[in-house]
Ligand binder design. Structure first.
Ligand SMILES: *[C@@H]1O[C@H](CO)[C@@H](O)[C@H](O)[C@H]1NC(C)=O
Ligand SMILES: *[C@@H]1O[C@H](CO)[C@@H](O)[C@H](O)[C@H]1NC(C)=O
Ligand SMILES: *[C@@H]1O[C@H](CO)[C@@H](O)[C@H](O)[C@H]1NC(C)=O
Length: 348
């Protein structure tokens, strides 16, 4: 690594976190569709659209007894051993004429310089001290897709940051979800990129792989942000690796204010037709065997192969080529007459 990127890495995880080992890697788009095996299993045309990344055993229904690591024949993430699925709502730009366009997703530079993503997002696993990796069948949800109240969101865990450069390598300082980061999606013509961060709870009850709300089997520890999670409460005493999603929404082509809505509606919304307060992330664990535990125990770092844990990497061309056909087919790109909600989307 060059000095500039080392300095960026140190600044990104300021204070004691700077020296911390963590996984940080790219996952490209597997599919964009209205399915959600965690919250709406079996349903096609779920209420809102998601982008999904990870193992190609992703399905409308995912029985926790099945192992994504053995069912998947490829993964859109850079570690071969990671067949987990990660998904979030997608962002739309609403033009003055009332049509919608999905905002392109790009990789983020950060400590590694450019991360190669085709669509997709960046995934982190941040240990603090000894952590217990997720078990087969584990899944969880962060955030609430229906929340419309910014004050109900801890902005230390789910937040947005305005980047005034359209080059993802131009590092914007301070650790995620600190400083002037906001729960709301910025609506500011100086933003060329909007970085979204979703930090998951890192404390587990030690018993349940899931819960009816997909949240109560896990809890946030003390502190917030990308610190590895802080001390766990007695109800959820088992320290997990802290999962964090980082999404870079490239809004460069939508920065022309003359095209923004004039009726008071927001230029950028998530696919629930709601703002940043409804941001959420879904996680279904699918690492091979105990590879994630070994990765955490052996200080594996960033997106580098890690022989001690048996972690191998694949070239971007290989993970970019791991895709799925939409199981709930509809247009999600180009200008759309309406948000893909309720009924199938119709091209404008
Ligand atoms: C998805 O589930 C269907 C049954 O619901 C099954 O036929 C199909 O093989 C599954 N696909 C994958 C990739 O697991
Ligand atoms: C709506 O506005 C967008 C952005 O300004 C433009 O690209 C698109 O062609 C317009 N669509 C229609 C149907 O007018
Ligand atoms: C963001 O979009 C702009 C405009 O299309 C493009 O020039 C730029 O390369 C994109 N940035 C990245 C990191 O892909």
């Amino acid at each position: 690594m060059q000095w500039a990127t080392l300095a960026a890495a140190a600044a990104l995880f300021a204070q004691n976190v700077a020296a911390q080992q963590m996984l940080r890697f790219a996952c490209s788009q597997l599919v964009v569709e209205r399915t959600d095996p965690l919250v709406n299993p079996g349903m096609k045309y779920t209420p809102h659209l998601h982008q999904i990344v990870g193992g190609n055993s992703f399905n409308v229904t995912m029985d926790p007894a099945n192992d994504p690591a053995t069912l998947s024949t490829c993964t859109s993430c850079s570690f071969v051993q990671d067949k987990s699925n990660y998904w979030t709502a997608v962002m739309f730009f609403k033009a003055k004429n009332g049509t919608y366009h999905r905002v392109p997703q790009v990789g983020n530079g950060g400590p590694q310089g450019a991360l190669q993503n085709k669509g997709g997002l960046d995934v982190y696993y941040i240990p603090s001290g000894k952590v217990t990796a997720f078990k087969k069948g584990f899944r969880m949800l962060a955030g609430s897709a229906t929340n419309t109240d910014d004050s109900k969101v801890n902005k230390g865990n789910i937040c947005h940051r305005c980047w005034t450069s359209s080059n993802e390598n131009t590092f914007v300082g301070m650790q995620p979800c600190s400083g002037t980061d906001t729960v709301a999606i910025p609506a500011d013509t100086t933003c060329k990129m909007i970085r979204q961060t979703i930090v998951f709870p890192a404390c587990w009850d030690g018993k349940n792989l899931d819960s009816p709300d997909h949240q109560s089997h896990v809890a946030y520890g003390q502190g917030s942000g990308a610190t590895g999670g802080g001390a766990c409460p007695s109800t959820h005493p088992v320290k997990l690796p802290q999962v964090m999603y980082e999404l870079m929404w490239n809004v460069t082509t939508f920065a022309d204010k003359s095209q923004w809505p004039t009726d008071g509606s927001r230029p950028f919304v998530y696919s629930m037709n709601l703002g940043g307060s409804a941001a959420h992330g879904d996680y279904v664990f699918g690492w091979e065997g105990d590879s994630l535990q070994k990765a955490m125990d052996n200080g594996c770092t960033l997106n580098q192969a890690c022989p001690k844990a048996g972690l191998t990497t694949q070239p971007a061309a290989t993970y970019n080529a791991c895709n799925k056909k939409q199981q709930a087919p509809e247009d999600v790109d180009g200008w759309l007459k309406a948000m893909p909600m309720g009924e199938m989307a119709i091209k404008a």
